[in-house]
Write a protein that binds this ligand. Structure first.
Ligand SMILES: Cc1cc2nc3c(=O)[nH]c(=O)nc-3n(C[C@H](O)[C@H](O)[C@H](O)COP(=O)(O)OP(=O)(O)OC[C@H]3O[C@@H](n4cnc5c(N)ncnc54)[C@H](O)[C@@H]3O)c2cc1C
Length: 477
């Protein structure tokens, strides 16, 4: 069973999607709801290991998008599609609502225009509120609030489960998931395009480029020179669960031209998050946190909610937005190359992913690619609950009575059980590393960051390691 590089997959897929983040997984899922064969190629050893794993995890209504853009349309639609999909699959969501807080006269004066903008985006529920009301719902905010804009439908969601649900669904609908398949070269032939990877070549009639931070490089391999991705780093602090009662709603700043600014948000796992920063880098792999970022967040936090800074910080992390030099998504088909680019999905792709997939499918259909909907689709997967708002396995006495592994806690900080770790190792898209287990179960994600449970979690992973077949297509029989 040794890998044989450069051995082509025997099948020519109808469509190959490059990138197993939220956007690529959503596209593969949507396309395999039609009568076509689909391959999903991901460079890393897991889906959702790029930008999609490290964001602020807000399900945006799209109230503050630029009206008339593709992004505005797809975020607004994505909000509803993902809310419904979360219900169907069990992705944790909490409809907390948000308050956009004005701290000076200029920001206060900007609120009516922001409300009008929300209405131009089709979102009618924003309400301007006075300082008393802001302090009533967020009593721990710092001094000096002048007023706010309530956005009752902004929500928090689990980005990890979203990516996994979409990839699992795609796989169960028949998508061939090819992990560790970094595309390094492309040859557009008359009938099929060859994607070169170190694990073997993959051929497909159509190619969809959803490579996130690497989308411009793939685009260049197709011979284009239309945009450059700038990795825009966002650093965040995660505060301990004891801080959660302070933050019942998402606290948003008045946005500036640099982006949405620093926010405070409850998380779906019961913590509180402060961030993100916005810093343009050149290194597309630099997800380290920095001293400057740390200082900046402390200064922002001190203004927004001083008492938050006396809470323990559980972790800090950084994600890279795929910023491009235009103010909208860049989604374009090049029919003569049977190629479609999905670029510039910068700071809203978690929310918009399913709507982007729908849009991409529409564009492919317009090119004449026969896309007949299937009538034999499997039910969407039911995902394990790792959110705090509903019953977790360790709290479920019926489940524990059926299977005592759900009563055996392995990670005490996050209350993750042996049953959940076992299930994550045997899932349709299984955990293939400790990081993969962390995203599927929350194990090692709490205060001790795996100091106490790491060895036990690693032992369970070794015990339950499976060959999931995600890379085996090019191995000798
Ligand atoms: C700090 C921060 C905060 C954010 N907050 C929010 C938020 O609150 N709400 C929201 O909706 N959005 C938010 N976003 C945006 C959201 O996270 C992204 O838009 C979304 O994750 C992009 O998904 P993607 O699939 O395009 O990219 P990715 O998740 O990066 O996926 C692209 C994949 O392509 C793979 N790839 C790259 N090159 C190749 C290659 N050559 N061959 C094969 N595979 C390749 C990568 O390994 C990667 O897995 C935030 C982003 C950041 C950084």
């Amino acid at each position: 069973m040794t890998p044989t590089p450069h051995r082509p997959h025997p099948e020519i897929f109808d469509i190959a999607v490059i990138g197993g983040g939220i956007v690529g997984s959503a596209i593969a899922r949507e396309l395999s709801g039609h009568d076509v064969s689909v391959a999903l190629l991901e460079a890393r050893d897991d889906v959702g290991d790029g930008t999609s794993k490290a964001n602020t995890a807000i399900l945006h209504t799209g109230f503050d998008a630029k009206p008339g853009t593709l992004e505005s349309r797809l975020v607004a639609r994505g909000y509803h599609l993902l809310s419904d999909y979360a219900k169907a699959t069990g992705i944790p969501v909490e409809h907390t609502g948000a308050v956009l807080v004005a701290w000076n006269q200029e920001e206060l004066d900007a609120l009516p225009a922001l409300k009008e903008k929300a209405e131009a985006n089709g979102y009618e529920h924003c309400r301007i509120v006075d300082a008393d009301e802001v302090y009533r719902v967020l009593p721990d905010l710092g001094e000096g609030v002048l007023g706010g804009l309530a956005v009752p439908d902004e929500s928090i969601i689990c980005t990890w489960t979203t990516n996994l649900a979409l990839a699992t669904d795609a796989k169960q609908r028949g998508t061939t998931l090819l992990l560790e398949h970094a595309v390094t070269g492309i040859d557009v032939g008359d009938d099929a395009t060859t994607l070169y990877t170190a694990r073997g070549d993959v051929r497909a009639r159509w190619v969809v480029n959803a490579a996130g931070l690497g989308a411009d490089m793939i685009d260049q391999l197709f011979g284009h020179d239309r945009f450059t991705v700038t990795p825009r780093r966002g650093e965040l602090f995660v505060f301990d669960k004891l801080a959660r009662p302070k933050v019942g709603k998402i606290v948003l700043p008045v946005p500036s031209s640099r982006g949405k600014g620093v926010l405070i948000s409850p998380t779906i796992y019961g913590n509180v998050m402060l961030g993100p920063t916005a810093e343009d880098l050149t290194d597309r792999t630099n997800t380290a946190t920095s001293e400057d970022g740390y200082d900046f967040l402390l200064s922002k936090g001190a203004r927004l909610m001083p008492s938050l800074l006396s809470e323990e910080v559980t972790a800090s992390y950084a994600g890279l937005r795929a910023a491009i030099d235009r103010d909208d998504y860049l989604i374009e088909a090049t029919p003569e190359q049977r190629y479609l680019l999905v670029g510039g999905i910068r700071s809203t792709g978690l929310t918009a992913g399913i709507a982007i997939a729908e849009h991409v499918t529409g564009l492919l259909a317009e090119t004449g690619l026969g896309l007949r909907s299937r009538s034999d689709l499997p039910a969407p997967p039911r995902m394990p609950n790792i959110g705090e708002a509903t019953t977790r396995p360790y709290q479920d006495t019926d489940l524990i009575a059926e299977d005592t592994a759900y009563g055996t806690i392995v990670c005490f900080c996050e209350r993750v059980t042996e049953g959940e770790i076992r299930d994550a190792c045997h899932a349709p898209v299984p955990a293939r590393s400790l990081e993969g287990l962390r995203r599927r179960t929350r194990a090692m994600n709490g205060r001790c960051q795996g100091f106490f449970c790491g060895a036990a979690v690693a032992a369970l992973r070794t015990q339950h390691q499976t060959d999931d077949g995600c890379c085996s297509q090019h191995k000798d029989k």
